[in-house]
Design a protein around this ligand. Structure first.
Ligand SMILES: [Ca+2]
Ligand SMILES: [Ca+2]
Ligand SMILES: [Ca+2]
Ligand SMILES: [Ca+2]
Length: 437
């Protein structure tokens, strides 16, 4: 195996080169076996200098099954649905059936299973959670502007059939349409997590409590906990608030809801106070990027243009003025619809993956943003970042950072929205060698 030597490579070059060099050197059918063997034989370099190497796999080159026939790929979520210790992933669609497909890990790569064979207009977002408490993760997604429904799909473990849909259950039906983003957390502090979801048609956030027996339930009890603006873009064709995350923002030991440009302080009962973190909302994530009592918050512009912002609390997290932000990139992101926080290089410090869409318009044949860029910002554990370019000219939408081949190293999943669709891409992180040859 001829991996590029580590020494002397700048991250920017090594990532680009790894995409070109590593791929032809590893036949795809041997890639997984090789990577598993490499993980055993070669001690990882523990992310030294963050110079990572990637093996790029794509349905465009036959490495993965083609997702389907829909040319509007909306969501991507990751989970160990088969309970075998290796994550698979589920992609959602609108415009054409099937509405959900599952990429199940297999010896040769992935097998494609249909989870929802029907047509549904599924919106971006989605969350993986064991709704019925049987030990196997289930899937939640909401409908887009054409739908007033939110659903969950029951994991049929161990009875998987590539052509048999999972049982679909209703969480919400009626009211306003569009449900772009959900998150699970025990925001009420009851000991049993709830589902929070945006309902853009109502300009509102709802909290849905999971019924004691969710399988026969035909809806979940809903409480509107917020309505109003949340830093949505005021120009362009997208005018809705979006983005959700869960993190204990004020360090009181209770998980808090984040959405748009806000975090929500639980005041007891079902009452929450929104607290503004910054002016612009979008994709939102939080984590401990530096020592201290409070986590920091990262916001990308989502379905709009704007800066990638890093916010830290300089005083009281319930005081908007105490949240101080700075731009992480030298330019605005253009439809920065992918934002992930994870320790990508394994050095113990959180990193940021942020990426742009290359295309979103349906009415033009060429790309809206042909120089779409994906970045990895490597954190140093003190709130500073080293910026690297992961890819350019690739359309990212709802990308996820997760270990997708079971070797413990985070990988990257991308399902473009309508760029070169139908298509799905995976970048597997190649273990670094201490003795680069
Ligand atoms: Ca389950
Ligand atoms: Ca809290
Ligand atoms: Ca790191
Ligand atoms: Ca991996």
């Amino acid at each position: 195996m001829n991996f590029p030597p580590l020494a002397g490579w700048r991250a920017r070059q090594s990532i680009a080169a790894a995409r070109d060099v590593a791929k032809p050197s590893i036949p795809k059918e041997k890639a997984r076996a090789f990577l598993a063997a490499a993980a055993l034989l070669i001690a990882p370099l523990a992310g030294q200098a963050g110079q990572l190497h990637w093996q790029h796999l794509s349905s465009a080159t036959g490495d993965l099954p083609v997702p389907g026939t829909s040319t509007q790929q909306t969501g991507a979520v990751v989970g160990d649905f088969a309970h075998d210790g290796t994550n698979g992933f589920v992609l959602s669609f609108r415009q054409k059936a099937p509405a959900l497909v599952w990429y199940r890990p297999a010896a040769h790569g992935w097998d494609r299973f249909v989870i929802e064979s029907n047509f549904l207009s599924i919106e971006a977002g989605g969350v993986v959670f064991d709704v019925d408490g049987d030990g196997h993760p289930d899937i939640i997604f909401g409908g887009d502007w054409q739908s007033d429904e939110v659903w969950w799909w029951e994991n049929p473990y161990p009875n998987f059939d590539p052509n048999v849909s999972w049982k679909r259950h209703l969480i919400k039906k009626g009211g306003a349409t569009q449900h772009h983003d959900q998150v699970i957390g025990d925001f009420l502090g009851t000991g049993k997590p709830q589902l929070a979801f945006w309902n853009q048609g109502a300009k509102a956030i709802f909290l849905a409590e999971i019924p004691a027996d969710p399988r026969p339930a035909e809806s979940w009890p809903l409480t509107k906990i917020f309505s109003g603006g949340a830093g949505e873009a005021h120009s362009g064709e997208f005018h809705y608030a979006e983005g959700m995350a869960a993190c204990d923002i004020d360090g009181d030991g209770k998980v808090d809801l984040l959405a748009g440009n806000l975090w929500f302080k639980h005041r007891g009962g079902k009452k929450f106070d929104p607290i503004q973190i910054g002016p612009i909302g979008g994709r939102i994530a939080a984590g401990k990027f530096k020592p201290g009592k409070y986590p920091q918050v990262v916001i990308a512009p989502g379905d709009g243009d704007g800066p990638l912002r890093f916010y830290e609390c300089t005083g009281n997290p319930e005081n908007s003025r105490d949240w101080v932000g700075r731009n992480l990139l030298e330019r605005d992101m253009i439809h920065g619809h992918s934002l992930q926080v994870a320790d990508i290089d394994g050095d113990g410090h959180l990193d940021i993956f942020a990426a742009e869409m290359a295309k979103w318009s349906e009415g033009r044949p060429d790309d809206d943003n042909p120089k779409a860029t994906a970045w990895i910002l490597f954190g140093d554990g003190n709130g500073n970042f080293r910026e690297t370019v992961f890819a350019t000219g690739v359309g990212f939408h709802e990308a996820r950072v997760a270990d997708l081949n079971g070797d413990g190293l985070p990988d990257i999943l991308d399902k473009p929205y309508n760029w070169k669709v139908p298509r799905v891409d995976v970048w597997l992180q190649i273990p670094a060698t201490q003795n680069a040859r």
